[in-house]
Design a protein around this ligand. Structure first.
Ligand code: SF4
Length: 127
């Protein structure tokens, strides 16, 4: 698993919009992405391993631009990967990921992925 550095830039309250999202007028929001500080982020965010997906989602949960990232990922119809705290497959958000093969009789705790809430103003968009 990749080491995680969750260091993010501190922002003042006047840079937060009415939805609680970070706004960077005239600046590419991705400069504030928490995943920019993660070594080998693509290995983590595009992994099939549950532990990696879990780590990626938890990084997103602390990311100041999660809403912007999620909205754009949905607009692009991302085919795979973790974006904006959600796991994408074929442009849709996967709420449950299953391992290949027959499902176990008893769910494995290690297969549970964290549920990262979708920002309220995007719920209709991704439903
Ligand atoms: S929300 Fe988007 S920008 Fe932020 S850490 Fe997750 S993938 Fe990166």
């Amino acid at each position: 698993m990749t080491a995680i550095d969750t260091t993010v830039i501190n922002y003042t309250s006047n840079e937060i919009n009415e939805f609680g999202d970070l706004t960077l007028k005239g600046v590419d929001w991705s400069v504030a992405a928490a995943c920019r500080t993660v070594t080998n982020a693509s290995d983590l965010f595009f992994s099939d391993e549950f532990a990696d997906i879990r780590s990626a989602k938890l990084i997103c949960a602390e990311c100041p631009v999660m809403a912007q990232c999620l909205e754009e990922a949905f607009d692009r119809g991302e085919p795979c990967g973790v974006w904006g705290g959600q796991l994408f497959e074929d442009g849709k958000i996967l709420t449950v990921k299953r391992r290949r093969g027959r499902p176990p009789k008893n769910p494995r705790p290690e297969d549970q992925l964290p549920m990262i809430p979708i920002p309220e103003h995007l719920v209709e968009l991704v439903a």
